[in-house]
Design a protein around this ligand. Structure first.
Ligand SMILES: Cc1cc2nc3c(=O)[nH]c(=O)nc-3n(C[C@H](O)[C@H](O)[C@H](O)COP(=O)(O)O)c2cc1C
Length: 192
């Protein structure tokens, strides 16, 4: 009997070339792919093409619809944001708000799914409070934040080399552990 590959969807990053939050989301997705997942990334550029969420306008662009459908079908997620002014960036939050379309599903929002969380900020304080804010968002959306959340300090830590490869052993090990937690939860929750 063939077992369907788990679908893990990554959302996040900024419009900055070499965005560290986006690279970390990619790194977690890549570790999930190594464990057998099929992965999809909605990076900063993709999020920037979405219009602003408007609660009074239910029309969707094709890209918004593909995004919502991808999250609807996901077995697990990775959310990554920079810490902007002490919180989640507008770009990432707008994408999350577009998931309001999942409200009436039999499995609403992120229900029953593990969600890995990533923050990159220039200071430890914004890293901590933004990670906490992301956890609050995932709880509000009925998802299961993985025990391992990753917050990096992009001033004190340089996790990537000039080629964009993850070269910090500690962060690499957190990325692997988070991916393992996402995959374990996804496999156990949806064993079909
Ligand atoms: C508009 C803006 C607001 C920011 N606000 C904060 C902040 O409140 N605290 C902080 O530590 N870093 C702040 N930063 C720094 C970013 O969080 C940091 O550079 C982060 O690593 C950027 O992520 P990226 O590499 O994915 O672009 C801010 C940066 C910008 C552009």
């Amino acid at each position: 009997m063939s077992v369907r590959r788990k679908r893990i969807v990554g959302i996040g990053g900024t419009l900055r070339a070499g965005s560290s939050s986006e690279r970390l989301v990619r790194a977690v997705l890549s570790a999930c792919a190594d464990a057998g997942a099929e992965t999809t990334l909605f990076d900063g550029a993709a999020l920037a093409r979405f219009g602003h969420f408007n609660v009074e306008d239910t029309a969707c662009t094709d890209e918004q619809r593909a995004f919502v459908e991808s999250v609807r079908a996901a077995d697990g997620l990775v959310l990554g944001t920079p810490g902007y002014h002490g919180g989640v960036s507008g770009l990432v939050k707008n994408a999350i708000d577009l998931l309001e379309d999942l409200r009436g599903d039999t499995r609403p929002y992120f229900e029953g799914r593990p969600v890995g969380l990533i923050v990159s900020a220039a200071g430890w304080q914004a890293g901590g409070v933004t990670l906490s804010a992301l956890r609050g968002i995932v709880h509000a959306m009925r998802g299961w934040p993985t025990p391992i959340g990753i917050a990096i300090n992009s001033v004190e830590q340089r996790p990537f080399d000039a080629n964009g490869d993850l070269v910090d052993a500690g962060i690499d090990s957190a990325v692997s552990a988070q991916a393992r937690q996402i995959m374990t939860f996804a496999l156990e929750a949806h064993a079909a």
